[in-house]
Design a protein around this ligand. Structure first.
Ligand code: ADP
Ligand code: ZN
Length: 731
């Protein structure tokens, strides 16, 4: 589809629907005709399903049977660049186009008639009595420049409660009107001044501004330690794109980070941007989708799926914390939002900023190869210094059994507390203990549906499977031998560490940050804000805390088990450990007070641990890159994972074996096939899992060969096959 084609009423057109079919369906154009890209509703069997007019119909059947498109949905047509993006993303990830379209139409109630809501704007009369709160409301309305806003937007902007506004409505100083609910987002003002930047920030901001103003595709890796002011720098790129009248998307890896970011946008551009993630209400999501499509949301802050919003003219995509593994979607459509951001930008002539303190090896290698521009911020902003890094050699420490805080770490924590500073104890394990062992029979309690151990969550008094989410009340007796009172918790999780810290520091306020302990993202956000404001002395946290939160009073980070990530045979074990440890350590000393990071380890001489301690990041990446290159592994070679799963283990293996034997299409491009082998997690939700791994050179047409190979096999007996291009997880 190059340019929009017009069809007259009753012309035969091809419609791509969101139904799991691998082709378009033919329909007759509706009354008034239609054009390619139009969103429509079509009858399919007894149902009505959404779709997009994809091109002229193919015909080849009894045309008198062709049904008519139900109606056009009143939203802007899909742009040719979006069509191209979906098509290429589908080809890359070997996903049916219909699944891609489902991602692109994932707003609730798109076809519904516009619903109405109450909006507020300046009325004609002056209030009888002016109070401070009232004048703030009127000032806020003036600042909105005649645009009517919701009660919430107005009360947020003015910092007053609803009744103050209602009082003004009664006096006629504020008008309450009924308007379509989906209203434009307040305009952002890129001409407002930003913070005065430091010298290296100025240079980086200038480079980004030039890149964005050029209006062509390019990618910049913005690298700088946590706290070096990367966000402040890419805000200048955002300003440049807004000033050029183009739209901007900022992707964040974690919903809990959006709160702080929204405030910074508001401080910089005078209003809040649109939000798109799972914590946003259905109505707000629909509003976001529609306004993005009409060009009336100029900046969207969101999670990875925001990439599929119908931007009209996208000029900049920022992927913050670009190394974060949550950018890879691991179920449904398997895509990496970082890579898809680059794809989308290259199609629509946008610039991409990948920001990170610890880039992925992929992005580092692309920068080394000159495909990406690299900008580096070398020091922390202002007086903040990088934390001093140190190892605690656990072989030389004496700890009572069932405890995990070494005497050295305990001393460091009490030092900080005496100075009124905060300490963070990091352990990347949710729950109380990873293993529950029966001391009578030796059984380790496992999930009945998966090949995984049940994890005790003591706060909830339950055992939980971290694979499938299955849970049960904590039993009294061993489920295997029925002996009561012999179950023992083995190993530490975040809850157990909190218990130990509370016992060791009875006077301390201990806060636990683990994603499963908060009922909602709002509750988590509030806890994070409370901690940042000084509401805790000791923070016990999982991976969640590594993701860019700003705790000004935090000066000590203690890593309980720095060796944890090094144990797996995972391709990226070293890279992940390096990134995670550097990120966590980076939480310390973000304000004026100097920070320290201490790593408890049994192998302080391990190459990765040494690289973390020395901070010789370039050396680490070069060594890691050389190793991957020698093995032909990503990013120097390419991988695709094939996961077969089914209720019957023999059947799954038979298919795996057949695939390994009939690998002609892969051999033809010089690719190697490994497996089949039982997946490390060999059973999930009662389905047996078998993996094959395909390894190929960078330059060969891997997807076409994979499609041809996989197409040879019929899936029977409930067996499923999923192909994971560029796998991140090997479980
Ligand atoms: P990063 O994104 O690299 O972690 P941030 O942009 O969040 O760094 O900056 C870290 C802290 O320093 C923030 O609190 C930010 O407001 C502050 N900061 C950064 N640059 C400036 C500046 N030029 N002037 C004042 N404060 C700044
Ligand atoms: Zn399970």
């Amino acid at each position: 589809m190059q340019h929009a084609e017009e069809f007259l009423e009753d012309d035969l057109v091809a419609v791509l629907t969101t139904q799991p079919l691998d082709r378009c369906l033919d329909y007759r154009a509706p009354e008034g005709g239609c054009r390619t890209g139009d969103l429509v509703e079509v009858p399919l069997g007894p149902r009505k399903v959404p779709g997009v007019v994809w091109g002229p119909g193919l015909g080849g059947f009894d045309l008198s049977k062709a049904r008519r498109i139900g109606r056009r949905i009143d939203v802007p047509a899909m742009t040719p660049s979006m069509v191209q993006f979906l098509t290429r993303a589908a080809d890359y990830t070997l996903t049916p186009l219909s699944s891609m379209l489902r991602l692109a139409l994932r707003a609730p109630g798109l076809g519904d008639p516009p619903s109405m809501s109450r909006l507020y704007r300046r009325g004609l009369t002056e209030p009888s009595r002016m109070t401070d709160a009232r004048s703030r409301v009127l000032d806020a309305l003036d600042a909105f420049d005649g645009v009517a806003v919701t009660l919430k937007e107005l009360s947020d902007a003015a910092g007053v409660s609803g009744p103050v506004i209602k009082g003004l409505v009664n006096q006629g100083a504020v008008d309450e009107i009924e308007a379509p609910r989906d209203t434009p987002f307040p305009a952002l003002d890129p001409s407002l001044p930003g913070l005065p930047l430091a010298e290296d920030q100025i240079a980086a901001a200038e480079a980004l501004r030039r890149a964005v103003t050029a209006g062509t595709y390019g990618t910049t890796l913005l690298q700088g330690v946590t706290g070096s002011g990367k966000t402040e720098v890419y805000m200048e790129a955002v300003a440049a794109a807004l000033a050029a009248g183009r739209q901007v998307l900022v992707l964040l890896p974690e919903i809990a980070l959006t709160g702080e970011f929204l405030k910074r946008v508001e401080a910089r551009f005078g209003a809040r941007p649109a939000e798109w993630h799972s914590g946003v209400t259905m109505t707000e999501r629909r509003r976001c989708w529609k306004m993005v499509g009409r060009g009336e949301a100029s900046l969207v802050v969101g999670a990875r799926s925001a990439l599929f919003l119908p931007f009209q003219d996208l000029g900049l995509i920022v992927v913050d914390e670009e190394h974060d593994t949550s950018y890879k979607q691991e179920d449904g459509v398997l895509y990496n939002a970082r890579d898809m951001a680059v794809l989308r930008a290259s199609i629509c002539g946008a610039h991409v900023v990948l920001a990170s303190a610890t880039p992925s090896l992929e992005s580092w290698a692309n920068a080394e190869a000159g495909k990406y521009t690299r900008l580096i911020l070398r020091s922390r902003f202002g007086t903040a210094n990088l934390p001093q890094m140190g190892a605690i050699d656990m072989r030389a420490e004496t700890l009572p059994s069932m405890t995990w805080l070494s005497p050295t770490l305990r001393r460091a924590v009490s030092d900080r507390m005496q100075r009124g500073e905060q300490a963070l104890l990091f352990i990347n394990r949710r729950g109380y203990a990873p293993v529950t062992l029966c001391r009578a029979c030796g059984e380790q309690i496992g999930c009945t549906q998966c090949d995984a151990r049940m994890v005790e969550h003591r706060f909830q008094k339950r055992l939980v499977c971290h694979q499938c989410g299955e849970s049960c009340p904590m039993p009294e007796a061993c489920p295997s031998c029925q002996v009561a009172g012999k179950l023992a918790a083995v190993g530490p999780g975040v809850e157990r560490l909190a218990e130990e810290a509370a016992a060791a520091f009875p006077e301390a306020r201990v806060a636990v940050l683990s994603s499963d302990l908060y009922g909602s993202s709002r509750a988590l956000k509030e806890q994070i804000e409370a901690i940042a404001a000084g509401g805790a002395d000791i923070i016990i946290g999982t991976q969640l805390v590594a993701k860019g939160h700003n705790f000004p009073l935090l000066t000590l980070v203690g890593v309980i088990d720095a060796d944890l990530g090094l144990q797996g045979a995972d391709l990226r074990a070293a890279e992940r450990t390096f990134q995670l440890m550097r990120q966590v350590a980076g939480r310390a000393g973000r304000a004026e007070r100097p920070g320290q990071a201490l790593l408890q380890t049994f192998q302080p001489e391990h190459g990765v641990i040494r690289a973390i301690l020395s901070g010789e990041e370039e050396d680490f990446w070069r060594a890691e890159a050389a190793e991957r290159q020698a093995l032909g592994m990503p990013p120097y070679g390419r991988l695709a994972g094939v996961i077969l799963s089914g209720p019957d283990v023999a059947q799954v293996f038979d298919l795996g074996n057949a695939m390994a034997q009939q690998a002609g299409p892969l051999r033809a491009i010089g690719a190697e096939v490994y497996g089949p082998a039982p997946a490390p997690i060999a059973r999930v939700r009662g389905r047996h899992r078998v993996r094959l791994l395909v390894k190929a050179a960078r330059t060969v047409p891997l997807q076409a060969a994979l499609a041809q190979w996989a197409g040879q096999f019929k899936l029977t007996g409930g067996v499923r096959m999923s192909i994971d291009i560029d796998p991140q997880s090997f479980l």
